[in-house]
Design a protein around this ligand. Structure first.
Ligand code: KIV
Ligand code: ZN
Length: 516
């Protein structure tokens, strides 16, 4: 059997369903271009029927990103399928991904359809999709809680109707590796023409088994893994791309498969996503977490000095973590700066380099050593500034309990100033912002950490703010931690305002959240 495993990245679709992970068009393109550099085979760009904005962003990804196949999701109904087909018509190699639930619990309570109706619907949807787009993937939602004989029946109907890929998702993260392997063996063994179809695995991490289940699916015959960067996704997330790829690479003796992933781009991709979404990667996350290659215990350090392989099963370089992350100092020139940005995955136009250089010199005046993470923060703040409604000019605080803050914001050419008293400087500054902007949110989560080493480190603040009871993430980083907190709050507020647009309030949650 062919051992090439296709990597189907669904960060921009299932990943974006994580609370607080919504991305705008420009950010989605940025992520998609990085996924292309990472070497993924398929990018699932979104769920076009969900909203006009979602349709546009899928269309833009399909027009811009030409290496990987571009997939769009559609429920097994005509309006979804036609809209998805329209969104990806400009892609080089489009994939239409349609799905319907096959478990008794979903058919009875959610779809209110009989098994016969589901089979008929699946076949009809694939036939329609195949008439519009050359490659069609069909998913049996909640496969792992579906009856195996019924899964064979639905999969066969989809294959007969022209499906090229059959995906058997563990939608609720319920199954175990043994059950997963058995499900794939049984379905692949039970359908006719299995050899003409790619079988795909898509797992959620509710029990922490998503990666193990994906590897078990490969043993059962799957040859496509659906996964996300940093494992983001609905509830506990999806299979983490970096983990499953490095498990294959590091334990090739037990997982004898090949992927097209350029593993040295894993770290850049992880950082880019967490900067864009504000979703912080846990320090102890395998592969890309801050501590994944840190050795604290003396006995481990001793072993590491003697030979790295005593405590390291893969090298940091193999995933693109450079040993020396010190990049530039005050005397570095524009060319050095541009080159390092390119190595980090940011291709900048010359006016952008000039803009960045100015910020870089300002930072170098406050901070002796500039690290890769400093540079990433500068790049992201530069990008963010281009779409933010309100920008921070300055924040001044005094006193502790209570504290007073004076905030000066800019909106277009207008300067807006107000003061407020609060429970500590951050609270006072947020109140001043709310007085200026005229709307308020609830600070749900708030953390501050040093983004880079040293006493003059950039302080990075991460917040989750609830506006209209919906979560918006925000990040901000400067050498002053109160300013960083205010920037983070403003970042979340700007995302909310951008999503709300001219409408008085947010639109209803995406259709997709109701449908899946
Ligand atoms: O988890 C799931 O079942 C899905 C499908 C739409 C593939 O995301
Ligand atoms: Zn999913």
């Amino acid at each position: 059997m062919n051992n090439r495993v296709e990597i189907f990245d669904t960060t921009l679709r299932d990943g974006e369903q994580s609370p607080g992970a919504s991305m705008d068009d420009r950010q989605k393109i940025e992520i998609a271009l990085q996924l292309e550099r990472l070497g993924v085979d398929i990018i699932e760009a979104g769920f076009p029927i969900a909203s006009e904005q979602e349709f546009e962003s899928v269309r833009r990804v399909a027009k811009t990103v030409k290496g990987p196949r571009i997939a769009a999701l559609a429920r097994a109904v005509r309006p979804d399928i036609e809209r998805a087909a329209q969104a990806i018509e400009k892609a080089n190699r489009p994939v239409l991904h349609t799905f319907i639930a096959t478990s008794a619990i979903h058919m009875e309570h959610k779809l209110k359809m009989t098994p016969d109706q589901v089979v008929e619907n699946a076949a009809g949807a694939v036939t329609l999709a195949k008439g519009l787009i050359g490659r069609v993937e069909f998913s049996c939602e909640d496969s792992t809680r579906s009856d195996l004989n019924f899964l064979i029946r639905v999969s066969q109907a989809a294959i007969d109707a022209g499906a090229d890929v059959i995906n058997l998702p563990d939608t609720v993260g319920y199954t175990t590796p043994d059950e997963m392997e058995k499900m794939f063996r049984t379905v692949i063994g039970g359908v006719k023409n299995a050899a003409h179809v790619v079988f795909s695995t898509h797992n959620h991490n509710d029990l922490g088994l998503a990666v193990a289940n994906a590897l078990a699916a490969l043993r059962g015959g799957a040859r496509q893994i659906e996964c996300t960067i940093n494992g983001i996704g609905e509830r506990a997330g999806n299979t983490a791309l970096d983990e499953v790829v490095m498990a294959i690479k590091t334990r090739h003796d037990v997982h004898p498969y090949e992927t097209g992933i350029v593993s040295t781009e894993l770290m850049n991709t992880s950082k880019l996503l967490s900067n864009v979404t504000g979703l912080v990667v846990p320090h102890n996350k395998p592969i890309v977490g801050r501590n994944a290659f840190a050795h604290e215990a003396g006995i481990h350090q001793h072993g590491m000095i003697a030979n790295h392989s005593t405590y390291e099963i893969m090298t940091p370089e193999s995933i693109g973590r450079s040993k020396s992350e010190l990049v530039l100092g005050k005397h570095s020139g524009r060319a050095g700066l541009a080159k390092r940005c390119e190595e980090l995955g940011f291709k900048l136009a010359s006016d952008e380099i000039s803009q960045l250089y100015e910020k870089f010199i300002q930072l170098a005046d406050r901070k002796k050593e500039i690290f890769d993470d400093d540079l990433r923060v500068l790049l992201m703040s530069m990008h963010d500034a281009s779409f933010e409604v309100y920008q921070l000019d300055q924040v001044l605080t005094s006193g502790r309990n209570p504290s007073m803050a004076m905030v000066q914001l800019r909106k277009g050419g207008e300067t807006l100033v107000d003061t407020a008293i609060g429970d500590g400087p951050v609270d006072a500054a947020i109140k001043a912002i709310e007085r200026i902007v005229g709307c308020s949110g609830t600070l749900d989560e708030f953390s501050i950490r040093a983004a880079t080493p040293g006493r003059d480190a950039l302080g990075e603040a991460n917040v989750i703010v609830l506006f209209e009871r919906r979560p918006f993430t925000g990040t901000g980083a400067t050498t002053d931690i109160i300013e960083a907190a205010v920037l983070a709050y403003l970042n979340a507020l700007n995302k909310y305002l951008a999503l709300k647009g001219d409408k008085g309030r947010l639109a209803e949650p995406k259709e997709q959240l109701k449908g899946i």
